[in-house]
Design a protein around this ligand. Structure first.
Ligand code: G16
Length: 544
């Protein structure tokens, strides 16, 4: 085997963010940039010699080239086997599933998730550990430290592998196995949901669904599972072919970027159910006819109805949500009598709770929901969960959510994003807020009185690790909240996220437009943080 040791200089900007390293494609195309990061991952791991690595990506521009490089580096570094998705394609939850099923040492996922792709778009890489979940902070910090000191990497000289043909071949002493990207994942879904009942619903001719794969990774999965296995009519899946630039779109399943789907669901006589997933298939958006389900409500509705679904009929051990996610699921947990955990933003924080059996369902306001079946959020899983509930309850999406509000009250919720603002004023805004925190308690803003304000800090109940500065929270005496955070996934400037929440127990007041219901909080949020003045923006870029 012809192993080369290549000398290299460290890059200073390889610090993983909320979910791996994300940069614009030209940054990744710099000489040695990808190689340095991959070698830093390998150098931070112990005991992988002869072991199995899972490798796949969301099919975006540079996916195939990166896979060839990583295969040759994995062989040079002593992995025994790599399972790679056909065509280099594997969704994030499918990688998690394959790692667990085949007891792999870990996995590498190539994706910048919901960020746009193409030669001028974004690329990303993240490492998942043997439980199938994102590397925890101690691993990502070790990778970053290594990337700052690295002096060389190892790669073998060999021809590129054919990624499109299923089967095994040798790369030096390492076996490369090109596997069906969908099969293991589809089997796992079938073990959790009542496929017969969902199939009856989808093929009945009385119920219409529309699934927008946004020209991203889920296309092969939605075709195989929804249209072939579950007999949804042809045409149920739209934008179902993965493209390197996502067809020029922004593969983020929200009301702004999944416009095709929103238009279809909001027209007269539109379908009964609509869903979209993102670049790498871990996010989901759920719609009913002319009805949007917030991700926070979606998590709470799934938790409240979990007993209707075979995989969860024995009940939930607990639930978990990220701090900025609305407190709707907390009410369900209190009613059922199970624990509800509040973690920082980032799926990696759920891993320990899931491994310890403390939580069964987890979710985030950022369109992510999942359970202990994998260690990632899972877009198509959420879609199947909803379809299973709809098939059992025989009600519309809107009826199910409104019935939920009647029982638990409604948490009005919205997120305002100020994308691509300049970094310095964004940092100033957060610094100003931090310096104000201790003075806010007891202050009144109109009818609202501040009950607490802090910079969220989390102590992991399993390993005791502490994560500080996870977002500024201002809580009011009536349970309303304002949260400010800077995104950890953007690649241009800074993105300020403002999260707003208020609670309305009275069902007579459940039909308001969320922006109106939250109008006073929106004004207070600007007054306290001076958002408009500091960002120079008079309105958010995206409202969800
Ligand atoms: C990632 C993380 C999520 C997080 C989201 C938004 O999602 O996995 O846990 O909620 O980013 O993070 P931020 O607010 O820092 O931009 P994905 O789908 O991009 O991998």
């Amino acid at each position: 085997m012809n192993i080369h040791s290549i000398s290299t200089q460290p890059f200073t900007d390889q610090k993983p963010g909320t979910s791996g390293l994300r940069k614009q494609v030209p940054v990744f195309q710099q000489r040695h940039y990808l190689e340095n990061f991959v070698q830093s991952i390998f150098d931070s791991l112990e005991g992988y010699q002869g072991q199995t690595l899972v490798l796949g990506g969301d099919g975006r521009y540079y996916n195939r080239q990166a896979i060839q490089i990583i295969l040759k580096m994995a062989a040079a570094n002593g992995f025994g086997r790599v399972l790679v998705g056909q065509g280099g394609i594997m969704s994030t939850p499918a990688v998690s599933c394959v790692i667990r099923k085949h007891q792999a040492f870990g996995g590498i996922i190539l994706s910048a998730s919901h960020n746009p792709g193409g030669p001028e778009g974004d690329f990303g890489i993240k490492y998942n550990i043997s439980n199938g979940g994102p590397a925890p902070e101690k691993v990502t910090s070790a990778i970053y430290d290594r990337s700052k000191a690295i002096e060389g990497y190892k790669i073998i000289e060999a021809a590129d592998r054919d990624l499109d043909k299923l089967g095994s071949s040798q790369l030096g002493t390492m076996t490369v196995e090109v596997i069906d990207s969908v099969a293991d994942y589809a089997q796992l879904m079938e073990s959790l949901f009542d496929f017969d009942r969902i199939s009856e619903l989808l093929s009945s001719g009385k119920f219409r669904a529309c699934m927008d794969s946004m020209h991203a990774v889920t296309g092969p999965y939605t075709h195989a599972i929804l249209q072939q296995r579950l007999r949804a009519p042809a045409g149920t899946v739209i934008n179902g072919t993965p493209l390197e630039d996502f067809g020029g779109g922004h593969p983020d399943p929200n009301l702004v970027y999944a416009r095709d789907l929103v238009e279809i669901l909001y027209k007269e006589n539109g379908p009964d159910f609509g869903a979209a997933s993102d670049g790498d298939g871990d996010r989901n958006m759920i719609l009913g006819r002319k009805f949007f389900v917030t991700p926070s409500d979606s998590l709470a509705v799934l938790a409240a109805n979990a007993k209707l679904v075979p995989g969860y009929s024995a009940g939930l051990a607990g639930v978990a949500r990220s701090m900025p996610t609305s407190q709707a699921v907390d009410r369900v947990a209190a009613q059922i009598g199970i624990d509800c955990y509040e973690t920082p933003t980032g799926w990696k924080f759920f891993g320990n709770l899931l491994d310890a059996g403390k939580a069964t369902l987890c979710g985030e306001e950022s369109f992510g929901t999942s359970s202990n079946h994998v260690r990632e959020k899972d877009g198509l899983w959420a879609v199947l969960f909803w379809l299973n509930i709809l098939a059992v309850k025989q009600q519309s999406v809107e009826q199910i959510v409104k019935e939920f509000w009647q029982t638990y009250g409604r948490n009005y919720y919205s997120r305002h994003d100020y994308e691509g603002v300049e970094t310095d004023p964004a940092n100033t805004l957060m610094a100003n807020l931090r310096s104000k925190m201790s003075d806010l308690k007891g202050q009144k803003f109109g009818e609202y009185e501040v009950e607490y304000s802090d910079d969220f800090s989390y102590t992991d109940p399993i390993d005791g690790s502490i994560s500080q500065k996870q977002g500024i929270r201002i809580g009011f005496t009536d349970g309303s909240r304002i949260v400010y955070r800077l995104s950890g996934t953007g690649t241009k400037g800074a993105t300020l996220r403002l999260y707003l929440e208020s609670y309305e127990p009275d069902s007579a007041n459940h039909d308001k437009d969320p922006q109106q219901a939250l109008a006073s909080l929106i004004t207070i949020a600007d007054e306290v943080a001076q958002i408009r003045t500091l960002t120079g923006r008079d309105k958010p870029t995206v409202i969800t």
